[in-house]
Design a protein around this ligand. Structure first.
Ligand SMILES: [Fe+2]
Length: 106
């Protein structure tokens, strides 16, 4: 059943959600799309660095099965970096309003 009225508690949900996000250390999301993309890019680049380190460690200990799995994940993460860099370049080239209009139309 879908309630037809929003309770006062539900009206407080966004601020509660924000408090939970901040408590979880996830407050780096960003206030607008360019900042969100920039923060995402930083996170993806951290992931790439960490997976590179993990690949190196797996190779050093001779765990080639794990190394191959990590290399696959690393390739995915590198693709994420490329996707976000492409979006940031589009925002820079066409402006955020035009970028968002295109995204909304897809
Ligand atoms: Fe990623």
């Amino acid at each position: 059943m879908i309630p037809n009225k929003v309770s006062p508690d539900q009206n407080q949900a966004p601020s509660n959600a924000l408090r939970e996000i901040r408590a979880a250390g996830l407050n780096h999301i960003g206030a607008d799309v360019p900042q969100q993309c920039a923060n995402d890019l930083a996170s993806e680049m951290t992931a790439v660095a960490n997976y590179n380190s993990a690949v190196k460690l797996a190779a050093e200990v001779g765990d080639n099965a794990t190394r191959e799995i990590l290399e696959g994940i690393l390739e995915d993460e590198d693709g994420h970096v490329n996707e976000i860099e492409e979006k940031l370049d589009q925002i820079k080239q066409m402006g955020v309003q035009h970028f968002l209009a295109i995204q909304a139309g897809e």
